[in-house]
Design a protein around this ligand. Structure first.
Ligand code: NAD
Length: 491
């Protein structure tokens, strides 16, 4: 195990502060919390712990910036230029960003670099989209013209989780800012480090002060997330996180009738039919649950396999999972790094133990050899998992997968739909008709046929059932962050 000081990335701040009205500031009450290194679980930095007073200041700054019109009324082309500059700066700082993300989250460095590139792409994408934006106009000849006046809404509250934190923050920041809103970002408390890069990036790109504000801290009542959701001057909340937290936020936003976008949990099925290209299906389903340490909302964490190929699949899958390389997050060859935080590590390990009492363990099942401390988990595979098992039904959010056999297309569909979640589904078959019919009937916001997770940013992103409410992506994000006022003119 390398010492923490040997792994610390360059450019680490002395302390992680809020950013309000163009200034880095401590909490009004001076409170801080410890941030842990997931490799040793040693605290390595303190972060400001926001409360209502800090959120009030951030919202006031965002509101004043919005009302000044300097950004909210800027031409789309002017905003687009700033967003492109943001993307340029992010690209030049990609390695630093990835190093910070890897250190703070425990994600393998190679994958953190990919996420850094994607974060820059999010800004570039929305920079292009807003200048291409066009709205409906309807003419009733001789009678009326109707057109749509699209307006930014005001202050958007953005609340984000700890998995791929910087990338997920960019997925909300880019469209919210592109459309002319001001924002208050509340990053996840486990992983605040990479977010400390935002102020420098935005300042250098020329984003007017007060448009971007950030308050660190915990989510619950009495801390930073809760007062942001309840703030009367924040008409929009975009939240990504657990379904249970989404329910609480839904309730707290209800009295204010806020606009809500919710990207929530998942327990997505990967369905492998007997006619599938097994080599491709195995590679993809290994990647689907073990990349990003299994801390991926769209992880294919339940694999449903046709009985005809079940034994072969399980044997080959277990062998390949055993070869996935667990290692130090900053090692370029590492495929699974350290789980983000000891609390989450305990949760994942408890599911590994639950799995041992519910199903047949065929790979992993504990700590990897050579890693006596820190949050390291072997890629773990359970076979013969019954649909009522907890490891079939509940989101584990770690490198743990459940494999279940099926005997018919009908049973495969029933199993695929047999959880409260509905985020993603992956289908492996060479029968086109079967693939499209299954896609039509599976309860999932996103389906990948013989493919894995790669998507065009114009497509809708979101889940059904307990996996979410509303969709973001492409014009859907623009719709969420703007009002569409209809104007009618009699001729
Ligand atoms: P979480 O719900 O615990 O926390 C997410 C954020 O909400 C954090 O910033 C937290 O501080 C804040 N929060 C907590 N309670 C709050 C409250 N009462 N009011 C306001 N804010 C509050 O989620 P997590 O553990 O950080 O993230 C993992 C979860 O996120 C998983 O369930 C995963 O599937 C989900 N996720 C979903 C998507 C998606 O796009 N569907 C993407 C990534 C992660």
């Amino acid at each position: 195990m390398t010492e923490i000081n040997d792994r610390k990335p360059e450019g680490l701040p002395d302390v992680i502060r809020h950013y309000i009205d163009g200034q880095s500031v401590d909490s009004v009450d001076g409170d801080t919390f410890d941030v842990l290194d997931p490799v040793t679980n040693q605290p390595y930095i303190e972060a400001a712990s926001g409360k209502t007073a800090d959120v009030d200041k951030a919202v006031a700054a965002a509101k004043a910036a919005f009302e000044s019109g300097v950004w909210s009324q800027a031409l789309p082309r002017e905003r687009s230029r700033v967003l492109h500059k943001i993307a340029d700066i992010m690209e030049t700082r990609g390695d630093q960003l990835a190093a910070m993300e890897c250190f703070d989250t425990g994600l393998p460095i190679k994958q953190a670099k990919g996420q850094a590139a994607r974060a820059a792409e999010n800004f570039r994408f929305f920079a292009d989209l807003i200048v291409a934006q066009h709205d409906d106009t309807f003419k009733v000849p001789g009678r009326q013209i109707n057109y749509v006046n699209r307006k930014p809404i005001g202050v958007a509250g953005l609340i984000t989780p700890w998995n791929t934190p910087f990338m997920l923050e960019s997925w909300k920041l880019a469209p919210a800012i592109a459309t002319g809103n001001s924002v208050v970002l509340k990053p996840a408390e486990f992983t605040p480090l990479s977010a400390s890069l935002w102020p420098g990036i935005f300042e250098e790109a020329g984003l007017p002060k007060g448009v971007f504000n950030m308050v660190h801290g915990f989510g619950e009542e009495g801390f930073a997330g809760d007062p942001l959701v309840k703030h009367p001057d924040v008409p929009l909340i975009s939240f990504t996180g657990e379904s249970r937290t989404g329910q609480i936020i839904f309730g707290n936003a209800a009295p204010h009738l806020k606009g809500l976008s919710m990207e929530l949990g998942g327990k997505s099925p990967a369905v492998v039919f007997a006619d599938a290209d097994l080599d491709a299906a195995i590679d993809a389903t290994i990647f689907g649950v073990f990349s990003l340490n299994g801390e991926r909302c769209t992880a294919g964490s339940r694999i449903l396999v046709a009985r005809e190929v079940y034994d072969e699949f399980v044997e080959r899958y277990a062998a390949q999972a055993s070869r996935v390389k667990v290692g130090m997050p900053n090692d370029e060859t590492t495929e699974v790094g350290a789980i983000v935080h000891p609390e989450h590590f305990e949760k994942v390990m408890s599911y590994v133990e639950i799995g041992k009492s519910e199903a047949r363990l065929v790979a992993g099942g504990g700590r990897p050899e050579g890693f006596p401390e820190g949050n390291f988990v072997q890629p773990t595979v359970f076979a013969d998992v019954a649909p009522d098992a907890r490891i079939f039904q509940e989101e584990i959010f770690g490198p743990v997968v459940a494999i279940t056999p099926f005997d018919s297309d009908e049973e495969a569909l029933e199993l695929a739909n047999n959880t409260k979640y509905g985020l993603a589904a992956y289908i492996w078959t060479n029968d086109l008709k079967r693939a499209h019919n299954f896609a039509q009937n599976v309860e999932a916001g996103m389906v990948w046929l013989n493919s894995n997770n790669v998507r065009d940013l114009r497509t809708p992103f979101g889940g059904v059932k307990a996996s979410g409410l509303g969709h973001e992506g492409g014009y859907r994000s623009i719709d969420f962050y703007t009002d569409q006022q209809a104007v009618h003119i009699n001729l």
